[in-house]
Design a protein around this ligand. Structure first.
Ligand code: ADP
Ligand code: MG
Length: 231
């Protein structure tokens, strides 16, 4: 059996404001296997984004253990965590966060160049990902000239550009109308499967969660495991 691409043990996070402390994560144990697509369900405020920030190594203040792609995150210094984030993780957010002055293809090429890809290979990879997402005719458009669904597709291509073993997606279609969300999510899941990446996808939408391989739900700071979806 291969090692999990993500494993958290006893993950805890509290926030204190004045004399009030709320515990958002209260011992989260989660394992994601290579290539597995896991839906992280839970109502608004249940801690989905907090959990993704922890496993995305974007914030400190957590207790517990996070293992990503065979590396123990707590054992790393800031540079080590940055390296691990760049080599192992791809991110998709509710808002696309594309660079406004760069074209679609440049937004997907740039993260590859940062990791020392050959410009020609990076360009080819960007064209191939964007074309797979139906954006072959939008390569030279800047984000402002794209529709919301197209912007999110570019963000998906960017997240996959460096072939990360794990994609972290926080409400990736949350800003889109229902029909566009359905279409973009289906394309996203197809492409992640084809690329062989694993994904942890936060959503408060049960209908969308059912399209994934497995569903876990945040409830009172812990994960309820809902098992594989019924056939
Ligand atoms: P979700 O993504 O499931 O909607 P969040 O992880 O964003 O939930 O938030 C979970 C809870 O943690 C909320 O009650 C929120 O107010 C609180 N929270 C999140 N981030 C912070 C922060 N930086 N400071 C204080 N409270 C926070
Ligand atoms: Mg959230």
């Amino acid at each position: 059996m291969s090692e999990a691409v993500l494993e958290t043990r006893g993950l805890k996070r509290s926030f204190t404001q004045g004399d009030v402390t709320i515990t958002v994560l209260n011992g989260v144990d989660l394992a994601v296997q290579p290539g597995e697509i896991v839906a992280l369900l839970g109502p608004s405020g249940s801690g989905k984004s907090t959990l993704l920030q922890a496993v995305g190594l974007l914030e400190g203040g957590f207790e517990g253990s996070i293992r990503i792609n065979g590396q123990q995150a707590e054992a790393l210094d800031t540079d080590g965590r940055t390296d691990l984030r760049r080599e192992a993780l791809g991110f998709v957010y509710q808002f696309h966060h594309l660079l406004p002055d760069f074209t679609a293809i440049e937004n997907v090429t740039l993260p590859q160049l940062i990791r020392d890809a050959e410009p020609e290979a990076a360009n080819e990879r960007a064209v191939s990902l964007l074309t797979a997402l139906g954006l072959g005719h939008r390569l030279s458009h800047r984000p402002a000239k794209l529709s919301g669904g197209e912007q999110q597709r570019v963000a998906v291509a960017r997240a996959l550009a460096n072939r990360p073993p794990l994609i972290l997606a926080d409400e990736p279609t949350g800003n889109l109308d229902e029909h566009t969300a359905d279409v973009v999510l289906a394309e996203f899941l197809n492409l992640v499967r084809k690329e062989g990446s694993a994904a942890l996808v936060a959503t408060h939408n049960e209908r969308l969660a059912r399209r994934m391989d497995r569903v876990v739900r945040l409830h009172e700071g812990r994960l309820e495991v809902l098992g594989p979806k019924p056939a």
